[in-house]
Design a protein around this ligand. Structure first.
Ligand code: HEM
Length: 475
């Protein structure tokens, strides 16, 4: 009931906004705006959202209009259109998020901004996650992966996605703070998890609701972060992690970032890093589980490294993580198949003309990454999981798991590193069995295998390892 009321209010405000701003001239793209107020939101949620977009594309082509979540929107399903919005004419389209979500993450986080402020923050995040910095993280990420896997092993069933979330959170903390005091880490974890639970709930400040709890946890996070920031300021160490980069940053006039700016961006990066990477890791384990021959080939590749590293007694090296060609292709194909960020939102800041159509000011624009990744014109037999397709580089702008242009993901190399390290340890030391026969996708809001992929993990015996090593002889 509350949900319906909320949808109605959002729809009404958008409707009033559009009525007021209806003075554009030009032809709108084909498509349907559905019912007054609610548009096509019910159609979108009564089926798999990916099918909704795919059916629309079949019917109307690569650019079409619809009206969802209270907003008139233009969907773009071609690589050129995605490039137009995200790269070539990015200044004509601003990032757009519901205010309720912006408030939970923090309005000063980089992804809500454009222009100078965004560029400054982006350089800092990118710098702290540069390849040169990432190589230092290999042993720590390895330790996080090994300890997670050890805790999963045994006869109990684990929820793979939930466990992967814990892992990607730890890696996020590492990238932001380097080594953080256990007590502070626990405080951040506890409060962030409350924020996470309320993030997709109905935004009301009524006491006891998940949104209100998230809002309060957000306030506590701010306080904890301020304590960490002040501790770091006292130490005056030139750390290279994200917090260090933000503390040392000065603009042309010598201006430093405020504690609020730093805190909002820390929460923003944790948010951007956690569910995305956890979802990708969960899909990788699902695809490997469902393709046993491929799993053997990946195991063979990783087993060679395992043997070289004295049966896992010495650390993976950065160079080894850069030379795992089969595993890398499995990761790329998993990102294509799962298309974790199926689409993104922007808002036209002025009336924009594209291919003879008008995109009116204030309308949402959504480049549909998943439709592009699943278009047989660019990826032959797109429903088939086939990492070998990445032996040839995809055509330009057809593969965008990490987005494109000014807001493209600055964490993509860290995410890939995390996945390579995790795959190395899981295939060389464990076997896993997915529980239950149900298959399907769940959205939370990122796509994950149904029920988070419940699975049992067992340590491999020496005998099993010998058999795997044999496979390496013929690959
Ligand atoms: C498999 C894992 C990941 C995927 C699929 C992913 C995907 C994306 C995509 C598609 C965007 C662009 C969104 C848009 O254009 O609206 C993005 C932005 C972003 N990502 Fe990631 N991401 C992943 C992991 C990470 C990690 C590990 C971090 C940080 C440690 C991170 C930090 C960010 C940030 C800060 C932005 C906003 C950039 C900006 O606005 O300039 N992401 N991500």
């Amino acid at each position: 009931m509350l949900m319906h009321a909320f949808l109605f209010l959002v729809a009404l405000s958008c409707y009033i906004f559009i009525k007021r701003n209806r003075n554009f001239t030009g032809k709108l793209p084909p498509g349907s705006l559905g019912w007054p107020y609610i548009g096509e939101t019910l159609q979108l949620y009564s089926q798999d959202p990916n099918l909704f977009f795919l059916n629309k594309q079949k019917r109307y082509g690569e650019i079409f209009k619809t009206h969802i979540l209270g907003c008139p929107s233009i969907m773009l399903a071609s690589p050129e259109a995605a490039r137009f919005v995200l790269v070539n004419q990015a200044h004509l389209f601003k990032p757009t998020y519901p205010k309720s979500k912006e408030n939970l993450i923090g309005p000063l986080a980089l992804f809500f901004h454009q222009g100078e402020y965004h560029t400054r923050l982006r350089k800092l995040v990118q710098g702290s996650l540069s390849l040169d910095n990432l190589r230092r993280f290999v042993p720590d990420i390895e330790a996080i992966a090994v300890s997670a896997l050890e805790s999963w092993a045994g006869s109990h069933v684990i929820n793979t996605f939930r466990e992967m979330k814990k892992l990607s959170f730890e890696v996020g903390i590492l990238a932001i703070f380097g080594h953080l005091e256990v007590n502070k880490k626990e405080q951040l974890k506890e409060n962030y998890s409350i924020l996470d639970k309320g993030y997709n709930s109905f935004p009301t400040k009524l006491p006891g609701t998940p949104y209100k709890k998230a809002f309060l946890a957000r306030k506590r996070l701010q306080e904890i972060l301020k304590e960490i920031i002040s501790g770091r300021k006292e130490k005056r160490l030139p750390e290279k992690d994200l917090l260090g980069c933000m503390l040392n940053s000065k603009d042309e006039k010598g201006g430093i970032l405020s504690d609020d700016q730093i805190a909002d961006n820390i929460i923003g990066v944790l948010f951007a890093a956690q569910d995305t990477t956890a979802s990708a890791l969960t899909w990788i384990l699902k695809y490997l589980h469902d393709h046993p021959k491929l799993l053997e080939i990946v195991k063979a590749e990783q087993q060679v490294i395992y043997e070289l590293n004295d049966k896992g007694n010495s650390h993976l090296t950065w160079a080894q993580t850069r030379n795992m060609p089969v595993t890398y292709k499995v990761i790329m194909e998993s990102l294509r198949m799962a298309s974790i960020i199926s689409f993104t939102f922007r808002e036209a800041v002025t009336d924009v003309k594209y291919k003879g159509y008008i995109i009116p000011k204030g309308w949402k624009v959504m480049p549909l990454f998943r439709n592009i990744h699943h278009n047989p014109e660019f990826f032959h037999n797109p429903q088939q999981f086939d990492p070998s397709r990445f032996e040839v580089a995809p055509k330009p702008n057809t593969f965008m798991p990490f987005g494109s242009g000014v807001h493209a993901c600055p964490g993509n190399e860290l995410a890939k590193l995390e996945m390579l390290i995790m795959v190395h340890h899981v295939v060389t030391r464990y076997r896993w069995k997915v529980e239950g026969s149900e298959s399907g996708i769940q959205y939370g809001p990122f796509p994950i295998p149904i029920h988070g992929l419940p699975a049992r993990f067992q340590k491999q015996s020496t005998q099993e390892k010998r058999i795997t090593c044999g496979a390496s002889c013929y690959t």
